[in-house]
Design a protein around this ligand. Structure first.
Ligand SMILES: NC(=O)C1=CN([C@@H]2O[C@H](COP(=O)(O)OP(=O)(O)OC[C@H]3O[C@@H](n4cnc5c(N)ncnc54)[C@H](OP(=O)(O)O)[C@@H]3O)[C@@H](O)[C@H]2O)C=CC1
Ligand SMILES: O=C(O)[C@@H]1CCC=N1
Length: 273
């Protein structure tokens, strides 16, 4: 993986997370090019990370084995149409944009080896998880390259049908924000219960970290872990009953359905394939 040359088209939040993770895994900074309109951001990337930056998307791709599209879905069409003449047949294109399907990307780029992927921001800490789907024209070696890039910043799963990326987006792509929301809400509730803000923040954050590590490392399922915290008629029981009475599970289901619907809706609104 570290001998690949990667061009990032758009170097915002998600690209920076991926670049940070790749560098931490030992990819030479000289193998990473990023095209980005903001001069301030380009300076920061060159100064802090040592990667090559460009104002011109085509120039960024000149020597790339993999072109990674990391612009907002709303401008993906115009970016792809402009980039199309610069692509070379052997290059693999990976898109991380929510909702933009392979057929649209292939049509706009005039280029068939396309992998669609949905990463998440914990990639910055090499704790990301990505869902991947490859167009039929992607070779086995290119599939391995795509998985290697995403595995460098966490782990990845292939989905057998492209529309399942809407579900991946709802669960893990957007998912970090749900946990941040819960930490925010727990912190605010702790403050209302009398804790100072710093103490409430530390308690909520460290509890989230400890619970996540237990969920990942334990050999029992999360329902069992929850039961072990929940003494009969104790404090956790009181909180869980309150959550359930307020419709916590259907609320989570509706939220994830909204995210998946939005992902599918972006494809309808912005797709051209
Ligand atoms: N954030 C997340 O958690 C996740 C995001 N994604 C997907 O990743 C993609 C990027 O999202 P995110 O990183 O959050 O967004 P950002 O806005 O942070 O990054 C997009 C970057 O692209 C730059 N840009 C704008 N126009 C062009 C252009 N014509 N050519 C090259 N670069 C351009 C923007 O610059 P400027 O700001 O100056 O316009 C910006 O720096 C989206 O498609 C999103 O769906 C996927 C998974 C998770
Ligand atoms: O909110 C979004 O649309 C992007 C995709 C997944 C996470 N962020």
């Amino acid at each position: 993986m570290n001998n690949l040359h990667i061009a990032f088209i758009g170097a915002g939040n998600m690209a920076a997370s991926l670049i940070g993770g790749l560098l931490a895994k030992g990819m030479p900074a000289t193998h990473i090019h990023a095209s980005e309109p903001s001069a301030e951001r380009r300076d920061q990337l060159e100064r802090d990370l040592g990667i090559h930056t460009h104002t011109d998307n085509a120039a960024a791709c000149a020597d790339a084995d993999v072109v990674l599209l990391a612009v907002k879905p709303q401008i993906m069409r115009e970016v792809c149409l402009a980039l199309a003449p610069a692509l070379k047949p052997g290059q693999l294109v990976i898109s991380i944009a929510a909702g933009i399907n392979c057929a649209s990307l292939q049509q706009w780029l005039g280029h068939l080896p396309v992998v669609r992927c949905m990463p998440n921001t914990p990639a910055l800490l090499q704790q990301g998880i990505s869902g991947l789907y490859a167009a039929a024209q992607v070779s086995e070696i290119q599939r391995q390259q795509a998985a290697a890039i995403l595995d460098a910043v966490g782990s990845s799963v292939w989905v057998p049908q492209e529309q399942l990326l809407d579900a991946v987006t709802a669960v893990s792509g957007s998912g970090p924000a749900y946990f941040f929301l819960l930490i925010e809400a727990m912190t605010e509730a702790g403050v209302r219960l009398g804790l100072d803000a710093d103490t409430a923040t530390e308690l909520a954050r460290q509890t989230a970290l400890g619970a996540a590590q237990m969920a990942c490392q334990s050999d029992v399922d999360v329902a069992t872990l929850r039961a072990r915290v929940t003494s009969p008629q104790g404090t956790t029981d009181a909180a869980i009953r309150s959550f359930e009475a307020d419709g916590f599970r259907p609320m989570v289901e509706r939220a994830l359905q909204a995210a998946a619907d939005r992902s599918a809706g972006l494809a309808r609104e912005l797709g051209g394939g």
